[in-house]
Write a protein that binds this ligand. Structure first.
Ligand code: AMP
Ligand code: MG
Length: 410
């Protein structure tokens, strides 16, 4: 297996290999109360027409516009039509019906006069000061959706208004993709949990909670985070414990150090190594392969490398597993507002802050120091500035791709 493993490959090739290795997870059905954030597994075709009947858009009077040839006009009110009630009378030339917003529009009428344009006149008449146009303030049947229309495509993420739309169409259950489970294993003898005090040489395990949050943000279900020590036994044990997950993400232990045992343990467990090392910064030692046919990501342990590699490789894999049409983040063309020092050779993901320039162009600049251990460079970022392998010391004014981070919502 080791002999077919690719090494030191380009970012695009790594992404392609990851996407080729995963496929959509099976579907299941979800009720509307469990559907938020899930992904539709099939298109939704409307069984009904919306609105289902013509109704009034205002509180007012349903009438025939022809009755208002001279103004003001006094008409007899023949009926009250509240919402949810079927009108009993037909509106004739000199009559009208008092109608509420959303109430069924009566036969014989062709417009609604809002109550603000009227004055009561005696017990059962109304004086109308101003005429509407024919059809005005009437909501026609089927203005929104016709029965048989496709209202949503497969891959649509179920947002609050999607829930509302489905409910209005009488669809209480939809086919969705199963939520992929993503096991998270962090490795490192130096790591302690968030609620522990630090002894000399120790740091907090930040990748565990951050990766779990990234899994949720990407539509997956985190298992763990579990922690393993930098020994084959401890790493093996964590791996066995989580082997039933749809995806495995191991943080740390994939570099060249003596204690970087993760790839050895995966070899022993019989994984198919697909690649190790990508021509990128941060995240060069990234490892990827399949164990029991399921994707395993060995993310470099530096917090920024872990976070960036998740967004660049794990999130696209989850997007494909969920059947989303787009697997990568939204990219805008932008211009560097500062020069960046860079040698040729690696693709750099510079954590960037974006600002609209006076000329309408999107200006981007680094968040600050870019060390892969410096978390604030990532936490402050709107997105990632892509600097291609060949680019060397790009000056300000250089045109670049800027990939919005998924959680910025842009
Ligand atoms: P490694 O990839 O295991 O060589 O780790 C690279 C760097 O990332 C080291 O400085 C580690 O201490 C740090 N690191 C590894 N795992 C984590 C983690 N879960 N949380 C925070 N820092 C980590
Ligand atoms: Mg380590």
């Amino acid at each position: 297996m080791e002999e077919v493993m690719l090494t030191f490959i380009a970012v695009e090739e790594a992404r392609k290999l990851v996407l080729e290795a995963v496929s959509a997870v099976p579907e299941e059905r979800a009720g509307l109360s469990d559907a938020l954030g899930r992904t539709l597994a099939g298109a939704v075709v409307s069984p009904e027409t919306l609105p289902p009947f013509a109704s009034s858009a205002m509180d007012g009077f349903a009438l025939r516009v022809a009755a208002l040839a001279s103004l003001p006009a006094v008409l007899r009110v023949i009926e009250d039509i509240p919402a949810g009630v079927v009108p009993q009378c037909r509106v004739e030339a000199e009559t009208c019906a008092r109608i509420m917003t959303g109430a069924l529009f009566p036969e014989g009428a062709d417009a609604v006069v809002p109550v603000e344009w009227t004055e009561p006149e005696g017990a059962d008449h109304v004086r109308i000061e101003k005429a509407p146009e024919a059809g005005q303030f009437v909501r026609p049947t089927g203005q929104d959706v016709t029965a048989g229309d496709q209202v949503f495509e497969a891959g649509q993420i179920i947002t609050p208004p999607v829930v509302g739309m489905l409910a209005s169409l009488g669809i209480g259950e939809v086919p969705v993709r199963r939520v992929p489970s993503v096991a998270i294993i962090t490795t490192g003898d130096e790591l302690v949990p968030v609620d522990s005090a630090l002894a000399p040489g120790q740091i907090r395990d930040s990748n565990g909670p951050a990766l779990a949050a990234q899994v949720v943000a990407a539509g997956g279900r985190p298992l763990g985070p579990f922690h393993a020590r930098d020994t084959p036994e401890s790493t093996r044990e964590a791996l066995e414990r989580t082997r039933n997950a749809d995806v495995m993400v191991v943080s740390g232990g994939v570099s060249m150090g003596e204690r970087d045992v993760v790839r050895n343990v995966l070899d022993e467990a019989g994984w198919t190594a697909i690649f190790w090392k990508v021509r990128q910064r941060p995240g060069k030692p990234l490892a990827f392969g399949l164990l029991d046919g399921k994707p395993v990501f060995g993310l470099p342990g530096n917090p920024v490398s872990s976070s960036v590699c998740f967004e660049q490789y794990v999130r696209p894999a989850l997007a494909k597993m969920l059947g989303h049409p787009e697997s990568i983040g939204r990219i805008s063309k932008a211009v560097l507002s500062e020069p960046i020092r860079k040698a040729a050779g690696l693709h750099h993901f510079i954590r960037g802050i974006a600002k609209q320039g006076d000329d309408g162009r999107l200006l981007v600049r680094p968040t600050g120091l870019q060390g892969s251990n410096l978390y604030s460079s990532m936490a402050k970022a709107d997105g990632l500035i892509h600097l291609a392998e060949a680019l060397e010391n790009p000056p300000d004014g250089t045109e670049v791709d800027f990939e919005w981070l998924s959680w910025t919502g842009r």
